[in-house]
Write a protein that binds this ligand. Structure first.
Ligand code: GRF
Length: 192
């Protein structure tokens, strides 16, 4: 991939609410942002986030996930057609196959609600509280064929208070997610 100055074309993949997508859209509109969000893809055609992307005049594709290989085949076509440089997973709840990752052959980033390498997979906050951890947090990392295991680009901690429950912690970490995803993209692109 050639080095910046051209803005990179981004596709954001979501499955639901899309609050991280919102934060990325907000960032992309800043004068100095390094990205242009060209499309939003969801495995769930009813995802709330798609409505917001549509309102923001971003192309949206809600593609029913009947089987992984069909879904991925269609999505790869879209990525190619729209000349996408980077895919950003933001609350995308499906695991992409190795074949998809290889065929796309450009960077895929993900935001994960834990301090990786701790708590890969689901129910991160529940596990952190159960283990009486002092800190939780969020990580932006490169996607590889091994789940939540690619190189961490940026992470930020939040303190877990004794009074925190899963819901409270989720809210605190989500705020941090919104803050670090744009920063991580900046960092990633300026270090290419
Ligand atoms: C976020 O906590 C993300 O890290 C996780 O799923 C949640 C999605 O939230 N994988 P949203 O759709 O971005 O609001």
């Amino acid at each position: 991939m050639e080095k910046y100055p051209g803005k990179k074309n981004i596709a954001v993949f979501i499955s639901g609410r899309g609050s991280n997508l919102r934060s990325l859209i907000k960032y992309s509109k800043k004068k100095n942002s390094l990205i242009k969000i060209k499309l939003t893809v969801s495995n769930n055609p009813n995802a709330e986030g798609l409505k917001y992307a549509f309102k923001s005049k971003i192309k949206t594709y809600g593609i029913k996930f009947k089987n992984k290989s069909n879904f991925e085949k269609n999505v790869l076509k879209l990525l190619k057609k729209n000349n996408i440089d980077i895919v950003c997973l933001a609350g995308f709840m499906k695991i992409l196959s190795g074949s998809f990752i290889r065929k796309f052959s450009r960077p895929i980033l993900n935001i994960h609600p834990s301090l990786l390498p701790k708590y890969k997979g689901l129910n991160t906050h529940e596990r952190a509280i159960k283990n009486k951890d002092k800190f939780a947090g969020a990580s932006v990392h490169k996607v590889t064929e091994k789940l939540d295991s690619g190189k961490v680009i940026l992470q930020k901690k939040v303190k877990i208070l004794k009074s925190d429950n899963v819901k409270i912690l989720e809210k605190k970490v989500l705020k941090v997610e919104h803050e670090i995803y744009p920063k991580a993209i900046d960092k990633f692109l300026t270090n290419l």
